[in-house]
Design a protein around this ligand. Structure first.
Ligand code: XIL
Length: 359
């Protein structure tokens, strides 16, 4: 109770300042761009300043975990929107859309899937049922789904094989994608069907190869009539990987040339976690993060990307605080997102505003 009233008075105190300037959703919308963020249902319901910032800044929401297999089909044949429903309700109240993430992935699977001893026939039946059952629940409420996520192998780990060695790939080869995308098209003819992938942004050989693998896969899928309509580019950008606009822009042009939409689906900028942190370094760190965000987003927008989501909005809620490769050993908070712990706008926010308004 006490905490609640503290939260709401903080919000009321901040409101006049926040109300003066439009949020990113509005700045982006002026140029026909949809900006939004990943959210946690639990926080939308329990953290008033968090919810206010999401309402103000985001035109589209994506559930950070609530659309994954273990949430959507926790037990065989039992499909549920229970975890996602608060996000759908919040979005409806605030004039936002919701995108879905993610139907087919190699992880976030419930134990009954791991223990299923898949054959090609049972894997096919399981994928079809999951896609059909999930989309039957979201049809008319979600018009954009990551049908498959992270299906390409990382060249450094799998030098001789394009595809990730997932349970789905092992059971079915590439065909698991045909099955999932066709099932999605049947279950929801109006939904945009997206393949989502990471590690395709940087300008170094590993990303060159991953881009080539993505293009080869998409070419194969399109040639055999698989209804994939867009590539979602996660854009978790480690700052210690080099970025140059040209190879990334060429990749986007190749995708658009194949008739595909491109989206940035999970943008954040990850600093190397092993450097000691000092308070006086924060302005320079924030500037470097913002510069990278601007470079990536302005390139994408110039190449026709019209949907941009960050993977969270304010630093304390970033997954990078928990994810081992990004998490700081000293326990300090990461500075990967557009807003700080007080929901104040960081240079990253201004970089997005500038990229969306074209200069
Ligand atoms: C992450 C979430 O942020 C975490 O909260 C969760 O515990 C694990 O998954 N790429 C993806 C996302 O496609 O689904 C991942 O999300 C982050 C990396």
């Amino acid at each position: 109770m006490h905490r609640r009233s503290l939260l709401s008075s903080a919000l009321i105190a901040a409101w006049p300042a926040m109300a003066q300037e439009p949020g990113l959703r509005e700045i982006a919308a002026r140029r026909g761009i949809t900006y939004g963020t990943a959210v946690h249902a639990r926080l939308l319901e329990s953290d008033a300043p968090y919810a206010a910032s999401i309402a103000r800044e985001a035109g589209i929401l994506v559930p950070e975990g609530e659309g994954k297999w273990d949430s959507m089909q926790p037990d065989p044949g039992r499909f549920s929107l229970a975890e996602m429903e608060p996000i759908l309700r919040f979005a409806a109240r605030h004039g936002q859309t919701v995108r879905g993430h993610t139907l087919v992935w190699h992880t976030a699977l419930p134990r009954w899937v791991w223990e299923a001893n898949l054959t090609s026939a049972s894997a096919e039946a399981m994928l079809e049922a999951h896609v059909a059952g999930s989309l039957a629940l979201t049809r008319g409420r979600i018009a954009d789904w990551d049908v498959a996520n992270e299906v390409i192998g990382d060249p450094d780990l799998l030098p001789n094989q394009d595809m990730r060695d997932s349970i789905w790939y092992r059971a079915l080869g590439d065909r698991f994608l045909d099955i999932a995308f066709h099932a999605a098209r049947r279950a929801d003819p109006a939904c945009r069907l997206v393949l989502n992938e990471y590690g395709v942004e940087a300008s170094w050989p590993r990303a060159d190869e991953k881009r080539a693998r993505v293009l080869r896969l998409l070419r194969r899928l399109l040639d055999r009539g698989v209804p994939v309509q867009a590539l979602g580019i996660q854009a978790h950008m480690p700052l210690d990987q080099p970025f140059a606009p040209a190879p990334f822009a060429r990749f986007l042009r190749d995708l658009r040339g194949m008739g595909l939409d491109v989206l940035l689906t999970e943008l954040d900028v990850l600093e190397p976690a092993d450097r000691p942190l000092r308070a006086e370094d924060i302005p320079a760190r924030d500037a470097a993060v913002a510069e990278r965000a601007y470079a990536v987003v302005s390139t994408a927008v110039a190449e026709g990307c019209r949907t941009v989501l960050t993977w969270g909005l304010a630093d304390p809620y970033s997954w990078a605080n928990l994810w081992p490769p990004a998490r700081r050993p000293d326990g300090a908070e990461v500075r990967t997102l557009p807003l700080d712990r007080h929901f104040a706008r960081k240079p990253f926010w201004h970089a997005l505003a500038r990229a969306f308004s074209g200069g």
